[in-house]
Structures are given as structure tokens and as C-alpha cells.
Design a protein around this ligand. Structure first.
Ligand SMILES: CC(C)(COP(=O)(O)OP(=O)(O)OC[C@H]1O[C@@H](n2cnc3c(N)ncnc32)[C@H](O)[C@@H]1OP(=O)(O)O)[C@@H](O)C(=O)NCCC(=O)NCCS
Length: 188
């Protein structure tokens, strides 16, 4: 790792609290175990997120511990003082200026713009604070909700990564969307 990458990790590598409007985004804490277990019980979250493996308190605690990594920022989305979702930047590569965006929200708050608002805050953080140039969203082809969210936030569909990974013995394709800092600057 280069000196500039170490400096970047020392200076920027913290998941800071972000707020806008009705939402507060904060780092994960040990007391989030019950929230993680509730999320893992949802079939869509369980299917499309790594949190789906957190089906016991010990596994939930392990999943929370893994939210802190040098190339990751991972937030709990809080609304009306309740944890309702998660948004993350993963595989942050400061040299290339690229990161991958992830998200989920509990079923009871879906279709209310919560994920869109949380993603918008994190885009601002990624492009302005972390000075990244490109954000990527990858979702399974049949995940229409994720595709709709990416599209509504202005992420261009860039193609399909065929046979990107394996789950339950089946190879899966991933649909790739990208948003550039310059796209972000030119929209409302
Ligand atoms: C994907 C997910 C995060 C969307 O969260 P949400 O808070 O309901 O999304 P929003 O209310 O902000 O909606 C964003 C846009 O997507 C659309 N949308 C959301 N869910 C949709 C669905 N099931 N079908 C079609 N469109 C949908 C909304 O209409 C909105 O479009 P608009 O801005 O043009 O009106 C949520 O469905 C979820 O947690 N799914 C399970 C986990 C998951 O799939 N994570 C992503 C893995 S890649």
C-alpha cells in the first residue's frame, strides 16, 4: 500500500454521523444486535444482503464487527429514533476514486423514499468529503426494487456481469449501474 493510501486511511477512514431531514446515519454499535436479527428475518434482505447470514445473536455481533474495515463505511439509517435500514460504501479505492454502494431498509418503511434519501446523503459524502469520482451499484437481475432505486437516483445501467458469484449452487448474474461525480454535479 502506498504512503498516500495509508494517509487516506488515517485521515478519512471513519464512518462519521451524517444527518439530513428526517434521517440520521450513524456507525454500527454492539446494541444493534436485535435490529440485525430483524433485518436478517426479512426474506428480501436475507436474500440480497450479507446480513442474511446473521441468524443468531453471535452471528449478528460478528456481522456488526465486520462493518469496520479500512475500505468500508457502513451506516445504520435511523428515522424517528429507530434503526430502519443500512447504507454502505464498500471496496473504497481512493487511488481509482471508486466505491460500491449497498443498502437495505426494513419492509415497514419501504416505498417512502427512505433508501433514496439515505443514498443521497452518502453520495454527497462520497463525492464531496471523500472526493471519489464514481459510485457503483450491483444488483441481481430479478431485484427490481434495487434496479428502480438505482435508476431513480440517476445511476446509468452499464451492463451485466455474467456469472458474477455463486449462491445455493447456482451462478448469478449482476446488473451494474454507475454514477459519476460529474453526473452528480449536473443534476438538480
Ligand atoms: C431496494 C430497497 C432498499 C428500496 O428501498 P425503498 O426505501 O423502498 O426505496 P425508495 O422508497 O427510496 O424508492 C426508490 C425508487 O425505487 C422505486 N421502488 C422501490 N421499491 C420498488 C419495487 N419493489 N418495485 C418497483 N419500484 C420500486 C420507488 O418507486 C422509487 O422510484 P421513484 O423515485 O421513481 O418514485 C428495498 O426494497 C430493500 O431493502 N430491498 C431488500 C434488500 C435489497 O434488495 N437491497 C439491495 C441489494 S442490491
Amino acid at each position: 500500500m502506498s504512503v498516500s493510501q495509508w494517509l487516506y486511511i488515517l485521515l478519512v477512514n471513519t464512518t462519521t454521523v451524517l444527518t439530513v431531514g428526517r434521517l440520521l446515519l450513524r456507525p454500527w454499535a454492539t446494541h444493534d444486535v436485535d435490529f440485525v436479527l430483524a433485518a436478517a428475518r426479512d426474506s428480501a434482505i436475507g436474500r440480497y444482503s450479507s446480513v442474511g447470514t446473521a441468524t443468531s445473536p453471535a452471528a449478528a455481533q460478528q456481522w456488526i464487527s465486520a462493518r469496520v474495515e479500512p475500505d468500508r463505511r457502513d451506516w445504520v439509517v435511523v428515522m424517528a429514533s429507530q434503526p430502519v435500514g443500512r447504507v454502505s460504501l464498500a471496496r473504497i479505492n481512493p487511488t481509482d476514486g471508486v466505491a460500491e454502494l449497498g443498502y437495505w431498509v426494513l419492509p415497514e418503511v419501504r416505498r417512502q423514499g427512505v433508501a433514496s434519501d439515505a443514498v443521497a446523503i452518502v453520495e454527497q459524502h462520497a463525492f464531496v468529503t471523500e472526493r471519489l469520482s464514481r459510485l457503483v451499484i450491483r444488483h441481481e437481475l430479478e431485484n427490481q426494487a434495487s434496479c428502480a432505486l438505482a435508476t431513480s437516483r440517476g445511476y446509468l445501467a452499464e451492463g451485466t456481469e455474467r456469472s458474477a458469484f455463486e449462491r445455493h449452487g447456482l451462478r448469478r448474474d449482476l446488473h451494474v449501474h454507475g454514477l459519476l461525480a460529474t453526473d452528480n454535479a449536473s443534476r438538480d
